[in-house]
Design a binder for this molecule. Structure first.
Ligand code: SF4
Length: 365
């Protein structure tokens, strides 16, 4: 907000030294996958940056995305809320309730018209507006109202980005993604069920620093975090290359940490930063805990199912992920629920089966 002190002033007021500030900038550059040389650029931008107003709307969701954010470790949620952003409205985190909460939303929209950031988690029901309402206002109406004067929208979680679980068949509420409703605003999809905490905060930090959204992939996701598939960064990859696969969750291979491909891992066709950024303060991620990737950051992951069926029979010892043999073809593909690219019609996310090009995508980017 223009009348607020700059971020640097806020930090100084809290006793943060110049040295500490530069350290913060270096961490932010690392978070956004920028080269270390960008830290001074970020510092200069942040010195003048004012806290952007953020309005966070939660629709058909499970609160997992907010749970994920509140477990972010760099920067912390407390730091984001109090130091970096002005979180003017959030159903779960705000202290206000009832009419006071709605008044806060209206005041933030009015005071920051055209400049606030709208964050949405959850899908939007369209079959009947009454399926989900806040203060008597349907999700559809509230989204349109708040999006109208937003600078940009961040769709947090697979539900907001692609429809997610509520969109899964038979989709009784007619759930759709934010981008199915809003088509005239910049939208960034931070998919995942839930998304990795530092990916959410990294996008917010990018907006705070540059006033723009980061570079996106073809599904509207930030390339810095979704530019590579999990398979290409997985520490079990050498086992894949050697043809060493766990055949069950309790066999010798599983105990030795071998590749989980035959147990249904969708890492080869799932684009996310789980294998590098990890979870719980960088402690671990599902594959490290012995469970294959479900592909939760890809569209239609729930409908495609087949979580414990292999994508296909792998061609091993090739040294090249693109050499996956889709030998089992459509039969195995249909059964295994291969992750799909987002292929949109007017209101839904139809899907297509993975191709060799999908597998090569991470190498060409
Ligand atoms: S198939 Fe899964 S467990 Fe195996 S190397 Fe790829 S991402 Fe890792």
């Amino acid at each position: 907000m223009k009348n607020d002190p700059s971020l640097l002033e806020v930090l100084r007021q809290q006793g943060v030294s110049r040295r500490g500030f530069l350290k913060f900038c270096a961490a932010t550059a690392s978070l956004m996958a920028l080269p270390p040389g960008m830290a001074p650029v970020i510092a200069k931008a942040l010195e003048q940056a004012h806290r952007p107003s953020v309005i966070w709307l939660s629709f058909q969701e499970c609160t997992g995305c907010t749970e994920s954010l509140t477990r972010s470790h760099a920067p912390t949620i407390e730091g984001l809320i109090f130091d970096a952003i002005s979180l003017d409205y959030h159903h779960t985190l705000q202290a206000a309730s009832g009419s006071a909460a709605e008044e806060a939303r209206m005041a933030a929209m009015k005071a920051n018209k055209g400049e606030y950031l709208l964050v949405v988690d959850g899908s939007i029901p369209t079959a009947d507006p009454g399926y989900s309402t806040i203060a008597g206002i349907s999700n559809l109406e509230m989204l349109r109202e708040v999006a109208a004067d937003a600078a940009a929208i961040i769709a947090v979680g697979t539900c907001a980005a692609f429809g997610g679980l509520p969109h899964a068949k038979p989709n009784p509420t007619g759930a759709v993604a934010v981008s199915d409703i809003i088509t005239d605003k910049p939208i960034i999809n931070v998919s995942g069920c839930p998304p990795i905490p530092v990916v959410i905060t990294g996008v917010l930090a990018h907006f705070l620093t540059f006033g723009t959204l980061p570079k996106l992939d073809h599904l509207g996701r930030p390339l810095a975090f979704y530019g590579n598939n999990i398979h290409d960064r997985c520490y079990r990859r050498p086992f894949y290359e050697r043809g060493q696969f766990a055949e069950s969750f309790d066999d010798e291979g599983a105990k030795k940490g071998w590749c989980l491909y035959k147990l249904g891992c969708k890492g080869p066709v799932t684009y996310n930063a789980c294998a590098t950024t990890k979870w719980n303060n960088g402690t671990s991620f599902p594959i490290e805990s012995g469970h294959g990737c479900l592909g939760c950051s890809e569209p239609n992951f729930w409908d495609l199912g087949g979580f414990y069926n292999a994508l296909s029979e792998p061609s091993v010892n090739t040294g090249n992920a693109a050499a996956f043999g889709l030998v089992a073809g459509a039969a195995v593909g249909a059964a295994s629920g291969i992750m799909a690219r987002k292929e949109k019609d007017n209101t839904s996310h139809a899907h297509q089966k993975v191709t060799v090009n999908d597998l090569k995508r991470g190498e060409s980017q």
